[in-house]
Design a protein around this ligand. Structure first.
Ligand code: SF4
Ligand code: SF4
Length: 202
């Protein structure tokens, strides 16, 4: 008798969704090349945040962590322990922390990272057509060469100076949208409950 593992099918479908997402986001990043300054070892987007993760994303992330060497796994475990201790003492309504999977400023589970992590660095467009720069624009990184940071809009003067035909654009890459039921139906997956990454370790 052939036994079909339902969980494996779900993960296989999730991987297909991630491949689709990667293709979509790669096109966005490619079109924004003149404004993107991401490089390995930056890692600022992996710090001081909440990192929403759904059940399926978390499961896949863990499967990636299990492929790491023992030393790296131990570092991640220690990071998780330290963050949870800080969380216990914190009175903040919105507890912010550095991602425990960030080791030496590099994502240790890059190929297994969640949806939100894949969108870091793009400019987003909101439902009312407003654009929102990534936080690192204010640190002299992505889009800082084309934004008027005081007025929080695109500077025509800066854009002209860059002498590029690629327009700075915002994309609908909100976590809510990328994990909506349309995608669940299209890829036959269920994202499941979503919560800050660290809360999956409670
Ligand atoms: S999983 Fe990786 S990319 Fe995502 S926040 Fe953590 S270190 Fe950054
Ligand atoms: S999105 Fe911003 S903070 Fe993150 S790696 Fe790129 S430049 Fe650095």
């Amino acid at each position: 008798m052939i036994v079909i593992d339902e969980q494996n099918i779900i993960i296989r479908n999730y991987i297909a969704y991630l491949e689709f997402l990667n293709q979509k986001l790669s096109k966005f990043f490619e079109s924004q090349k003149p404004y993107i300054f991401c490089k390995k070892g930056c890692g600022q987007c992996c710090k001081h945040s909440q990192f929403p993760y759904s059940a399926i994303e978390f499961r896949y992330l863990l499967s990636g962590a299990l492929t790491l060497d023992n030393k790296t796994q131990k570092k991640i475990e220690l990071n998780i322990k330290n963050i949870l201790e800080k969380k216990k003492k914190s009175r903040a309504k919105k507890f912010l922390y550095d991602c425990p999977f960030l080791i030496d400023n590099v994502c240790s589970v890059y190929n297994y990272r969640g949806v939100i992590c894949r969108t870091f660095g793009l400019m987003t467009s909101t439902e009312n057509q407003k654009i929102k720069a990534p936080f690192c624009a204010f640190k002299g990184l992505n889009y800082s060469n084309v934004l008027n940071l005081r007025k929080k809009n695109i500077s025509v003067r800066k854009f002209k100076k860059l002498n590029t035909t690629s327009e700075p654009l915002g994309f609908n890459v909100s976590y809510k949208y990328l994990t909506c039921t349309d995608y669940e139906e299209a890829f036959n997956i269920k994202f499941g409950e979503s919560k800050p990454l660290i809360e999956w370790f409670l």
